[in-house]
Design a protein around this ligand. Structure first.
Ligand SMILES: [Zn+2]
Length: 517
C-alpha cells in the first residue's frame, strides 16, 4: 500500500453551507486529462485499416500511432492504480513468453510490452497499442508456460485484430475514467470497485471479437511452438474458478473476481472451449514436439503471493498488518477490508458504514490539529480533541457534512495521527447520523484506538500467503496439503482450483502441485 495524498470526502461544507471544492478540483483535474485524451482520440481520423489478421478492412477509430500514443498514456494510469508486481524476474519471464508469441504476428514491429500487475484479480487485458497486462492473480491459476502463452496470445490477438481501436473509443476512455476516478476520489471508490470490472477492456470486446482473439492467439502460440491444447485447458481451469467464484460472491453479496476472457454472458464458455479444442486438433505438431514448459513456469511463479502482497499489506482475521509501515489496525468482524493500492477501505456488507485510512507525508510545521483543519479547509466541525494512540499524537473532530454515503450531507469523523515522517489520516462515514455524529462513530473511534506499531512477533503476520511448488512423488492426497489455505470452508476446493483439479481431482505422481505456504 503506497499511499498518496487524497482528498476524498474532505470536501466538507464550509460554514454557511458552501461546499469546499478540494475534492472537486482533484476530480476535475483528472477529468480534464481525460477530456484531453478524448479530444486527441476524436481528432485522429476515423480510418479504414486493413486487418492484418484477416486481410479484410475494418473501420478503426484511431491510427496505429494514435492507438500507441494513447496506450502509453493509459499505461501510467494503470500502473498508478494497480502497481507492478515487485519481482523483476517474474516480469522478465512473462515478457519473454509474450514476446515469443508476439514475434509470430504480422505486427511484431509493435514491440509488445507485457506487465504483471500487483493485484490478485484473475484477469488479463490490453488497451491496444501492444501493451498487455496480466494480474498476478491469474498467474496463480495457470499450470504451464503453454497456458501462459495462450492467455497472452489471446490478448495479442485483440491488438492484431485492432479490437481496442475498433471499440468505441469512449468506452475505453470510460474505463480509464473509472480507474482515474477511483484514484482521485475515495468517496466514489466503493462505486468504482463495483464498476471497474464492468468496463470494456476488463470484460472483453464482445462475443465475435473474443472468439477471433482466441483463434489468433491459438495460432500465434502454436507457431511459437506452444502446445495448442493449452488454450482449452486454460479455459477449463478458469471456467471452474469462475463458477466457484460466482457461487462464493453470491453467498457473500459481493462482486465476483473472474477473468473476462472466458465467460459468462458471452461468448458461452463451452463455445470457446470447443473452438479451442477443434482449432488445436488442426495444427500439426512440429518435428521436435510441442512445448509445455511446466518446469519453467512453476519455477517462475514459485513464491507468488496468494491474495494481497507484502506491499499492499495483509489482512488476517480482520486485522490489517503492514510491514513497511510497521502498523497494524483491527476492524469489526464481518466488515469487508478492501486493500487498495493507495488506501485501505473498510465497510459493512450493506455499505452503510465506511472507514478509510490513507497516509501522507507529515507536514513539518503543523500540529495534528492544524493539519486536519487545513485539510478540511475550515469547514464547520465539532468535538475537536487531542488524542494519543500507542504513542502517536493526533487530533480528531467531526465535520458537519461530507459523508459520501449520505449525498455529502451527513457528518464525517476524522482523525490524524502522526508517526515518524508520516500522518495516518482516518475518515469514517455512515449512511445516517445521530446527535451530529455518524451512527457508527463509536466503532470508528474504537478502530482508531486499535492502531499500533507491529510487535516483533507480528512481522510474520505481515507476510503474504505464497505459492509453493511441490513435486508429487508417492501417492499423495490433496487433503495432506490444505492446512495453510486461508479459506476455512473451502480449503480443498481452493487447492483443486489452483491446480486444475476442480472438482474432486487428485494429483498424480510426477505432477507439480501448487500449495500455499
Ligand atoms: Zn479478450
Amino acid at each position: 500500500m503506497e499511499f498518496t495524498v487524497v482528498r476524498n470526502y474532505a470536501s466538507a461544507s464550509e460554514p454557511g453551507g458552501v461546499r469546499s471544492t478540494s475534492s472537486v478540483s482533484l476530480l476535475s483535474r483528472r477529468a480534464s486529462t481525460l477530456f484531453a485524451l478524448a479530444a486527441i482520440a476524436a481528432l485522429s481520423t476515423v480510418s479504414c485499416a486493413t486487418n492484418p489478421a484477416t486481410g479484410g478492412h475494418n473501420v478503426v477509430l484511431t491510427t496505429v500511432k494514435g492507438e500507441q500514443d494513447q496506450a502509453r498514456r493509459v499505461h501510467q494510469e494503470i500502473i498508478q492504480f494497480y502497481g507492478l508486481y515487485e519481482d523483476q524476474s517474474v516480469q522478465d519471464y512473462v515478457q519473454r513468453v509474450g514476446a515469443r508469441v508476439a514475434a509470430q504476428t504480422p505486427i511484431a514491429n509493435w514491440n509488445f510490452k507485457f506487465f504483471v500487475l500487483d493485484d490478485d484479480e484473475v484477469n488479463a487485458f490490453t488497451p491496444g497499442g501492444g501493451y498487455v497486462y496480466i494480474h498476478r492473480g491469474l498467474l496463480n491459476y495457470l499450470n504451464s508456460e503453454a497456458e501462459l502463452a495462450a492467455v497472452l496470445g489471446h490478448e495479442i490477438g485483440h491488438d492484431v485484430a485492432r479490437h481496442p481501436a475498433r471499440t468505441e473509443t469512449r468506452s475505453v476512455l470510460m474505463s480509464v475514467g473509472a480507474v482515474a476516478a477511483a484514484i482521485a476520489s475515495g468517496s466514489e471508490a466503493i462505486a468504482q470497485m463495483a464498476n471497474i470490472g464492468a468496463t470494456a477492456w476488463f470484460q472483453g470486446y464482445g462475443r465475435e471479437n473474443e472468439m477471433e482473439a482466441d483463434r489468433l492467439g491459438l495460432t500465434y502460440a502454436a507457431k511459437a511452438g506452444y502446445r495448442p491444447e493449452a488454450m482449452a485447458s486454460t479455459f477449463k481451469a478458469l471456467r471452474s474458478q469462475e463458477s466457484f467464484e460466482l457461487q462464493q460472491a453470491k453467498a457473500e453479496s459481493r462482486q465476483p473476481n473472474i477473468y473476462h476472457g472466458v465467460f459468462s454472458d458471452h461468448p458461452a464458455p463451452d463455445a470457446r472451449v470447443i473452438q479451442a479444442t477443434q482449432g488445436a486438433a488442426h495444427i500439426s505438431q512440429p518435428p521436435n514436439g510441442w512445448l509445455d514448459n511446466r518446469d519453467a513456469y512453476m519455477h517462475a511463479i514459485e513464491g507468488l503471493p496468494y491474495g494481497s502482497s507484502r506491499e499492499q499489506g495483509i489482512v488476517r482475521d480482520n486485522r490489517f498488518y503492514h510491514e513497511g509501515m510497521a502498523l497494524t489496525v483491527a476492524f469489526p468482524r464481518g466488515w469487508t477490508v478492501n486493500n487498495l493500492r493507495d488506501r485501505l477501505l473498510v465497510y459493512t456488507k450493506q455499505k452503510d458504514a465506511l472507514l478509510q485510512i490513507t497516509t501522507e507525508k507529515r507536514p513539518e510545521k503543523q500540529s495534528p490539529r492544524e493539519f486536519l483543519l487545513s485539510k478540511l479547509k475550515g469547514g464547520g466541525f465539532s468535538r475537536g480533541a487531542d488524542i494519543s494512540v500507542d504513542g502517536m499524537e493526533g487530533y480528531t473532530l467531526i465535520t458537519r457534512a461530507g459523508s459520501p454515503l449520505d449525498s455529502g450531507e451527513g457528518p464525517v469523523r476524522w482523525a490524524a495521527l502522526y508517526r515518524d515522517k508520516s500522518v495516518f489520516l482516518i475518515g469514517g462515514a455512515s449512511r445516517s447520523s445521530a446527535n451530529g455524529a455518524p451512527v457508527d462513530d463509536g466503532i470508528f473511534m474504537s478502530c482508531v484506538e486499535t492502531m499500533r506499531h507491529l510487535k516483533p512477533a507480528e512481522y510474520p503476520l505481515a507476510q503474504p500467503y505464497r505459492l509453493k511448488i511441490v513435486r508429487v512423488e508417492g501417492p499423495i492426497k490433496l487433503g495432506d496439503y490444505v492446512k495453510n489455505v486461508p479459506d476455512e470452508k473451502f480449503q480443498q476446493e481452493r487447492l483443486e482450483l489452483l491446480n486444475g483439479l476442480y472438482p474432486k481431482g487428485e494429483p498424480r505422481p510426477g505432477d507439480f502441485l501448487k500449495v500455499i505456504d
